[in-house]
Write a protein that binds this ligand. Structure first.
Ligand SMILES: C[S@@+](CC[C@H](N)C(=O)[O-])C[C@H]1O[C@@H](n2cnc3c(N)ncnc32)[C@H](O)[C@@H]1O
Ligand code: SF4
Length: 457
């Protein structure tokens, strides 16, 4: 399968990834009262189900490319104090929630959640089970680094109820990993995946990154071939987001030489071609799944959804409550982020019971824009009448709210990336590769200044 590189390069400009709407750079300072009131209000919001996110900001070694909120601390005493604070925060949030609502999704991210002792993970999971009612079949997932993952850990996680694991591979090439200061998997990844399948895990995901120093089409092809051999249910090929003005450690990679936009595109084209030729279907931006995976079924049924943790189905996602430093609660009424400092988080929780620092309270018009952008970004399809019905408004009113201007989309139509039929907009496979740029046309608040967003490629 060929991709139209000329068009992708034409549209390669900085823009939001729209993981939230408005994007996180719009967040402002918020008070504890704002957050606790929002938590109470969230009991009445749709979807009613509960998603929980637990952030573990520790990694034994820091990768130079990393854009996540983490630290290189290995201090066991700090792990203990951090986990105690997370447990206190879970109790405080649980006290405000309506317990007829059920948990459909739990996601552990970081940092590296599997780098703290499993006994601490279990303490948090036990508390969650004590304080919340679970749906019949919740999705319980953890992002793991295979550099620190033992087979026994997989058994222990399965016993705690985890049913999905994501392994951060980034690249199988040891020279590339060395350049980016990352340890390779401790055990063969196929053995780890075999153990997950033996334990009945329903979902195995692998994360890769393209655009790292040292990657070439030839050596990255070998990594993609290895992925195909391991045959995960889902995988992500993230485009390396280079934002040294936020993540200073990334500057180290500039000295080695970061692939250019053209080179990145060659890597992406090779991965896209090889994966789609081997039975994977693209999902949203950078994600792939097997056709039998529920994410693909959701895409076909226009029920794909997204939150800061990645793509999900409308059935699994709920109001998302975040725990831990830098975690973000993603509620219908807004976003509420805890302080990024580990010390500040522990102190805030111990002294005030809360560590919320900033966020954004979303008004009705912004909810509508968010829905429109989500439909474009996830489902590659938009029907103004359907969105209007959701908010008891006419299609014309929805268009007015998103400052719809067909002229802004004409270039994409002329380049055969999308079609406009009356009130409906459909984006095709080629268009899906520039979907961020298309979504930007539905964002009336968008202004892009230098060093604000990474480029689309
Ligand atoms: C929290 S990490 C996953 C778990 C674990 N820490 C690991 O690295 O294996 C989340 C993922 O974000 C991706 N990531 C991190 N920094 C990135 C960047 N600058 N650009 C693109 N993807 C990035 C990596 O693929 C990584 O697997
Ligand atoms: S990519 Fe993962 S292991 Fe590497 S520093 Fe970031 S969070 Fe830690």
């Amino acid at each position: 399968m060929q991709i139209r590189k000329d068009l992708i390069l034409k549209y390669n400009q900085p823009g939001p990834r729209y993981t939230s709407y408005p994007p996180a750079n719009y967040f402002q300072s918020l008070s504890i009262e704002d957050y606790t009131q929002a938590l109470v209000l969230s009991n009445k919001e749709e979807p009613r189900s509960i998603s929980l996110y637990v952030h573990i900001p520790f990694c034994p070694k820091l990768c130079h490319f990393c854009g996540c909120n983490t630290s290189g601390s290995k201090n066991e005493d700090l792990f203990r104090r951090y986990v105690d604070a997370v447990k206190m925060e879970i109790n405080n949030v649980a006290d405000l929630l309506d317990h007829s609502r059920k948990v459909t999704q739990i996601h552990w991210g970081g940092g590296t959640p599997n780098s703290i002792p499993m006994s601490l993970v279990k303490e948090i999971m036990d508390l969650i089970k004590e304080r919340f009612q679970f749906d019949e079949h919740p999705e319980i997932a953890m992002e793991c680094s295979p550099a620190y993952l033992e087979l026994e850990h997989i058994d222990e996680l399965a016993a705690m109820g985890f049913n999905r694991l994501s392994l951060g591979i980034q690249d199988f090439n040891k020279d590339v990993l060395k350049i980016v200061n990352r340890d390779p998997a401790k055990l063969p990844v196929e053995d780890l995946v075999g153990r997950m399948k033996k334990n009945g895990f329903e979902g195995v995901n692998l994360d890769l990154i393209y655009g790292l120093p040292g990657q070439t089409v030839e050596n990255f092809r070998k990594s993609i071939e290895k992925v195909i051999e391991i045959s995960p249910d889902r995988l992500v090929t993230f485009s390396y987001a280079h934002v040294p003005w936020v993540k200073k450690a990334q500057s180290a990679l500039e000295k080695v030489g970061i692939p250019s936009g053209h080179e990145k595109l060659d890597l992406m084209e090779m991965a896209y071609g090889l994966l789609t030729d081997n039975g994977y279907v693209p999902i949203g931006m950078d994600h792939y799944a097997k056709p039998e995976d529920e994410l693909y079924k959701a895409l076909v049924n226009k029920k794909l959804h997204r939150n800061f943790q990645g793509y999900c189905t409308r059935e699994t996602t709920g109001q998302v409550y975040g725990f831990g430093s830098s975690s973000i609660a993603q509620l219908d009424n807004g976003y509420y982020q805890n302080t990024k400092s580990i010390k500040g988080y522990i102190e805030g929780i111990n002294e005030k019971g809360w560590a919320v620092e900033r966020g954004y309270q979303v008004n009705l018009n912004e909810k509508i824009i968010r829905t429109v952008i989500n439909e474009v970004m996830c489902n590659l399809f938009l029907d103004f009448e359907v969105v209007g019905n959701m908010y008891q408004k006419s299609a014309a009113k929805i268009k007015e709210i998103v400052s719809y201007d067909e002229k802004k989309l004409q270039g994409f139509v002329d380049d055969s990336l999308m079609e406009i039929n009356g009130e409906q907009i459909s984006i095709n496979n080629d268009g899906s590769l520039v979907v961020r740029n298309i979504a930007m046309c539905f964002d009336p608040q968008l202004t892009v200044t230098e060093n604000q967003y990474s480029k689309t490629i």
